[in-house]
Design a protein around this ligand. Structure first.
Ligand code: GDP
Length: 463
């Protein structure tokens, strides 16, 4: 049986929707054509089949010997007005593993199958309740752990991103229909579609797609955190700065498995974005072999990072020394902020005038006094382009979407090239269809069983 046949067979499925273990309550979800009828067989209370959708009913679940399994609250959703689009029942029971197992057994005996990972959301997609990008956003939403990742997932789930893709598709379809109309009149050599207008439309589309493609750099850091290296000589005040950042933000301090002692990662939430701070040995040159390895690894970490905070002790570092470090930093190519720390110890709390050449990249702080921390945060957010996110632009966070958008971009280039070379309408139409194909992959107008299986297997069971 093909996947869509299985999914549309209406076979009822059940799963625990809440996290397993002891809890105040647990919720089990049953979905399928017969979900309400089957629940009705084991439920004593009202006749569930006679109830309206979106109503909750108190009663008991009983086994075949009429023993009470639990007192429950049952919420009835009638298809298509449910998450999956099918008849659905949510059973809130007491939060015991034992009761949950009993209920699962009860339903299994009535022919209800245990759901696979993501199967409820997959059904929602198959039944047209969500498009693919929205379904993926459901998983992102569950995994989100910062304001920014939550906002991005919520926007995508509510269809913000999908409607942008849909708008692009509609423009392209309009374009294609003009070209194809010409093909119908092939013999007569007519041109319905003004070539300059078509070019203008493609430029327009390219601009929107480029913005989306470019937003992935930010989307990726929103989802996974901004890898930030905090570097500088011993005693520059790196730990003090981390603490200052941590204290203010009640951060989640985590020691990521597999990192060595000198690469401890702290996760810090700045302006709703997670920064993953990686402490390193710094850039100094050394004759010591063991230390040299550490420095080499620091370089590597700095290369891979999205941001470097380079700290120096402003009271004990002269300009030449900093200049040598900045030259090294520039070679690495990662955006950096020069952080002059311990300004409270500098005479007159003013840096040497020579430092003014670095004004653009320099922030003066006293980590110990928590002075200048806000400016540093603002600058960090600015460098990772968080401003774009704050202005409400759509941000691509999903690598699969990025890939499809990138391919759309490539095929748009080909359409434009075709227009410039005056290729015939049938070839143009072909290139446009390729664009439509790639855009369709994002929202799921174009899918394969493998793709769906891959996406939904990453969901938790019960979602
Ligand atoms: P790290 O080796 O780079 O991690 O440096 P630490 O954070 O351990 O700081 C080294 C020393 O400098 C400690 O004694 C801190 O208290 C002190 N320190 C750090 N920041 C400041 C600051 O802004 N002002 C002053 N006066 N002392 C600081």
């Amino acid at each position: 049986m093909r996947l869509d046949e299985v999914l549309n067979s209406g076979e009822s499925i059940i799963a625990l929707a809440t996290a397993p273990g002891k809890a105040a309550i647990h919720v089990l979800r049953v979905s399928g054509t017969d979900a309400i009828a089957i629940t009705n067989q084991v439920f004593k209370g009202k006749d569930l089949e006679k109830q309206k959708g979106h109503t909750a009913h108190f009663g008991t679940l009983r086994d075949d010997d009429n023993n009470i399994v639990d007192e429950v609250l049952v919420t009835v959703f009638k298809g298509p007005h449910s998450y999956t689009g099918e008849n659905t029942v949510e059973i809130s029971c007491h939060g015991s593993e034992y009761i949950v197992q009993k209920i699962l057994k009860l339903f299994s005996e009535k022919g209800v199958r245990y759901a696979k990972a993501g199967e409820f959301t997959k059904r929602a997609f198959m039944n047209g309740k969500l498009d693919l990008a929205q379904a993926e956003a459901v998983a992102d939403l569950i995994a989100s752990d910062s304001d920014a990742s939550h906002d991005a997932a919520m926007n995508q789930m509510r269809g913000g991103f999908s409607s942008e893709i849909k708008m692009l598709r509609e423009k392209l379809i309009h374009f294609a229909s003009l070209i194809e109309l010409e093909l119908d009149f092939g013999e007569e050599d007519v041109e319905f579609a003004d070539r300059d207008d078509l070019k203008a439309l493609i430029y327009d589309l390219q601009k929107v797609i480029k913005a989306l493609v470019d937003s992935f750099a930010l989307g990726n850091v929103i989802k996974n955190g901004v890898p930030t290296v905090i570097a500088g000589k011993p005693n520059a005040g790196k730990s003090t700065l981390l603490n200052a950042l941590l204290n203010e933000e009640k951060a989640i301090v985590s020691e990521i498995a597999g990192t060595t002692r000198d690469f401890i990662e702290d996760e810090i939430n700045i302006g709703g974005i997670t920064f993953r701070f990686i402490d390193t040995a710094g850039l100094r040159h050394t004759e010591d072999k063991v230390e040299a390895i550490g420095v080499e690894r620091s370089y590597q970490k700095m290369k891979e990072a999205s941001l470097i905070l380079y700290l120096f002790d402003a009271a004990n570092t002269d300009f030449e020394e900093v200049r040598a470090e900045v030259d090294e930093l520039r070679k690495i190519g990662t955006p950096y902020i020069l952080v002059a720390n311990k300004l409270d110890l500098v005479e007159g709390q003013k840096l040497d005038a020579a430092f003014s050449v670095y004004q653009k990249d320099l922030i003066e702080i006293s980590a110990g006094q928590k002075d200048g921390i806000e400016e540093l945060k603002e600058k960090a957010l600015h460098l990772v382009k968080a401003d774009e996110f704050r202005t409400g632009n759509t941000v691509v966070t999903n690598a699969r979407h990025y890939q499809s958008l990138y391919e759309t971009q490539q095929s748009l280039d080909e359409v434009l090239q075709g227009l410039n070379n005056n290729i015939t309408g049938d070839f143009l139409a072909l290139d446009i269809r390729t664009c439509l194909h790639h855009l369709g992959e994002i929202t799921g107008e174009v899918t394969t069983d493998d793709l769906l299986a891959n996406i939904f297997s990453k969901f938790c069971i019960g979602k």
